[in-house]
Design a protein around this ligand. Structure first.
Ligand code: SAH
Length: 223
């Protein structure tokens, strides 16, 4: 039986395009996002939530819906060479296009008639529709020793170097940290290694141009 879900709010994120978004939450601590609840949800709806350090966010991969889904997908972790069952992965290309992220909760306030939940460590596109929010309960949900299939530990980081002409000194420190942490995640499609290629990504409104070779991201420009 089909169900109709109505989003409860929208994500405000520094990532306005999919390229350059980290592949999981908390990999980029500087990624500050705001969960803007719709006016139907008052401060009553979040009473008690500020006592939790982390929250689960369920959302719609709204920008992947038109791309459909597949029984098997190629996780970036496996270099894009090997397929796994869609339900063995966190791929956006899943039947109901529902995403799940564990976010660090910083604070909750209101602006006008909107409740705003300020979080960090986001892996979400700007404008992502929010389906639900739940508190994270460590005693029941934390299993650091658990097996993790083909996902063995955090991904290796790239070193980030700013070319002088990219003028990193003109950036606000939080934007600089966000850009460095995001690019260190290696945004390239799995196992793409074209050292001469110039990539472009927009992060926090800055248009970045960069090259990647030998484990180093070289930032050419930032406008
Ligand atoms: N933590 C989530 C997301 C994993 S996939 C989960 O496990 O469900 C992460 C990728 O989703 C990001 O790299 C980004 O490219 C993509 N993404 C984030 N928000 C999206 C959106 N609203 N629509 C489509 N893709 C999105």
């Amino acid at each position: 039986m089909p169900y109709t879900l109505t989003p409860i709010g929208t994500v405000q994120s520094p990532y306005t395009q999919k390229f350059g978004i980290p592949r999981q939450p908390q990999l980029v601590p500087a990624a500050q996002i705001i969960l803007m609840l719709n006016p139907a949800f008052t401060a009553d709806s979040v009473r008690g939530l500020d006592g939790f350090d982390y929250i689960w966010l369920q959302f719609l991969f709204h920008d992947a819906i038109s791309e459909g889904w597949a029984q098997m997908v190629r996780p970036p972790r496996l270099g894009g060479k090997q397929k796994m069952g869609v339900f063995a992965t966190r791929s956006p290309h899943r039947p109901n296009h529902i995403g799940l992220s564990l976010l660090r909760l910083n604070r909750i306030d209101t602006a006008g008639n909107r409740v705003r939940i300020h979080c960090q460590g986001g892996d979400l596109l700007d404008g992502t529709p929010i389906l639900d929010i739940k508190p994270y309960i460590p005693f029941a949900e934390a299993h650091p020793q658990a097996r993790a299939g083909f996902v063995n530990g955090a991904p290796a980081l790239l070193n980030v170097i700013w070319q002088p002409e990219s003028h990193p000194e003109q950036l606000a420190p939080e934007h600089r940290a966000l850009i460095e942490q995001s690019l260190a995640q290696d945004p390239r499609p799995a196992y793409q290694d074209i050292p001469e290629r110039i990539y472009g990504a927009t992060i926090a409104g800055k248009e970045m141009k960069f090259q990647i070779a030998n484990g180093i991201v070289r930032i050419l420009s930032c406008d």
